[in-house]
Design a protein around this ligand. Structure first.
Ligand code: 5GP
Length: 180
């Protein structure tokens, strides 16, 4: 698995520091609120697990599964809900937890949906941001690290469902997906 990575972009130590920094910021910003953390599966999994333990507040956690890639390495722009929330978000302060923002097609669609469902506020926490990839204007409120436009895997991010368990985020060697 490690041999398929050409470069490590975010180390385990950096990820741990990001969770501490964002966790303490969120603890301050939401101290008088009762937020709901909504993770977008499956990529949010390790980040939401580590980040949530650095937020010193009471909050709900819920999950949703959306897809815009359909197996490849480029967004199709067509966002599909594969598994919806099991709770109401009406009147709630929602924090969406994502692994990465690229085109912003996914997050813009989900923010619109949550506002339509009556959320009081909708903000986003993303581990990674690739602003060069934007097709729609969107600035996430909480960003772990800005990275260049490359296809990355690890710490929740997959290629064809593999590599999510890498403890760091790295660039996949192009030959891994080009030979297919
Ligand atoms: P967007 O809709 O902003 O283009 O992309 C959001 C989703 O696309 C992310 O949640 C993630 O699933 C996927 N994605 C975007 N960039 C990457 C990347 O570099 N690597 C992987 N593995 N997935 C990505």
């Amino acid at each position: 698995m490690h041999n398929d990575i050409s470069e490590i972009l975010v180390t385990e130590k950096e990820i741990a520091d990001i969770c501490i920094r964002l966790g303490s910021q969120l603890t301050k910003d939401y101290k008088d609120k009762n937020p709901i953390l909504i993770g977008l599966l499956k990529g949010c999994m390790p980040f939401m697990s580590d980040l949530s333990r650095k937020i010193d507040l009471k909050f709900d956690m819920a999950y949703m599964s959306v897809s815009s890639y359909h197996g490849g390495i480029a967004s199709s722009g067509d966002v599909k809900i594969k598994m919806d929330l099991d709770i109401s978000i009406k009147g709630r302060d929602v924090l969406i937890i994502e692994d990465i923002v690229d085109t912003a097609n996914t997050i813009v669609t989900i923010v619109e949906l949550f506002k339509h469902r009556g959320a009081n506020s909708v903000k986003m926490v993303t581990l990674l941001d690739k602003p060069e990839g934007r097709l729609r204007p969107y600035q996430p409120e909480y960003v772990g690290k800005v990275i260049p436009k490359a296809f990355v895997v690890g710490y929740g991010l997959d290629y064809d469902e593999y590599y999510r368990n890498l403890p760091y985020v790295g660039v996949l060697k192009p030959e891994v997906y080009n030979h297919e």
